[in-house]
Design a binder for this molecule. Sequence first.
Ligand code: APR
Ligand code: PHB
Length: 404
Amino acid sequence: MNVLKTQVAIIGAGPSGLLLGQLLSKQGISNIILERVTGDYVLGRIRAGILEQGFVELVREAGAARRMDEEGEIHDGFEISVDGHRTHIDMKKLTGGDTVVCYGQVEITRDLMAARETAGLITYYEATDVALDNVKSASPSVRFRHDNEAYTLQCDYIAGCDGFHGVSRQTIPAHIRTEHERVYPFGWLGVLSETPPVSKELIYCKHQRGFALASKRSASRSRYYIQVPLSDKVEDWSDDAFWQELKKRLPPEAAAQLVTGPSIEKSIAPLRSFICEPMQYGNLFLVGDAAHIVPPTGAKGLNLAASDVAALYKVLVRVYQQGDKTCIKQYSEIALRRVWHGERFSWWMTNMLHNFTDMSAADMDGKTFARFMQSELSYYLASENGQKVIAEQYVGLSYEELAN
Ligand code: APR
Ligand code: PHB
């Protein structure tokens, strides 16, 4: 048995684990990351790419912002199209100056991995059979296997950054956890293509045929999505069929400019809202997708992971630099307050923008729900105050400080 020691054991090398690790080591707090798959596999996962200002600042503080600052595009606004009628949400004007940065999650992850390597920090990729022990005690540890050898990682704290399917959340006894969930009755079929985006800004489209989103990765790479029934399979959708359907849902002037091409990636993602409470158990902290999932409408997944990281970072810095362990119990409440706001926003946007007509929703038939949501959306889009409510949540609510 190999025995390792560190201050913070981090499970998972997704954006949450990598960002936390980088921030902690900048403050002299040692950490080791255990990741189930290879680095290339992690980078193969295609995810959203809209970064709130709070996230951008954390990446800068982590020392991994050079490429994001050079290549990321600042977005002052986005559009909402309702059956082809476009409304521009001018985030910058409506919020008094706030914007978001469009830069792919895969690129952020790549930059954080490179920064970790440059700093010589330890990551065990392809760590299997990860198991968390004694998380309620002052000396927790993590067992794992690597290259056919057994290891024990002794630590002070464990950050469970291992995503929705990880082991960390399951380590909290079931009777302690409350899990909230809404599984939506449709999915998003996404296509990545090496084609110039149809618009400089994102267009969220509500349409009788179903939701669509026009997004981008760069001036030459587009990312598009359409709402599809959960029963659809990717194989049912040729590239041509996808482009035809997308064109019908985009506003006509945008559809006329759509440049199509072969898909580089095509997949269907289910939509889910999920929250696990509490996010702390003894010396184990859940961070990011390990504790919560949002539907992608509103691009909050990565940003909520970042606000968890910010909260845990503040807690751990105070613990190690001031010797104050009483702040540990603040983590879950601080993180969850912001998580619930982001969850509510994502759920609300999902409800307003998707087509529920043929399905049951809440406690009413889909047709009734659809009419309520149509009215809700038109109410918010019709006034500056309504648009402000959308804009200030889209750019992201501010992070909460620890109480003294
Ligand atoms: N042991 C070690 N690592 C694990 C285990 C395990 N048992 N289970 C999962 N992992 C790893 C996964 O392989 C993955 O690389 O944990 C990592 C979790 O990464 P993400 O799922 O990307 O979660 P997170 O870092 O919280 O990032 C949140 O990613 O999923 C999106 O919408 C989400 O954008 C948000 C962001
Ligand atoms: C994306 O570019 O993949 C994306 C952007 C915004 C969203 C969801 C996904 O709301």
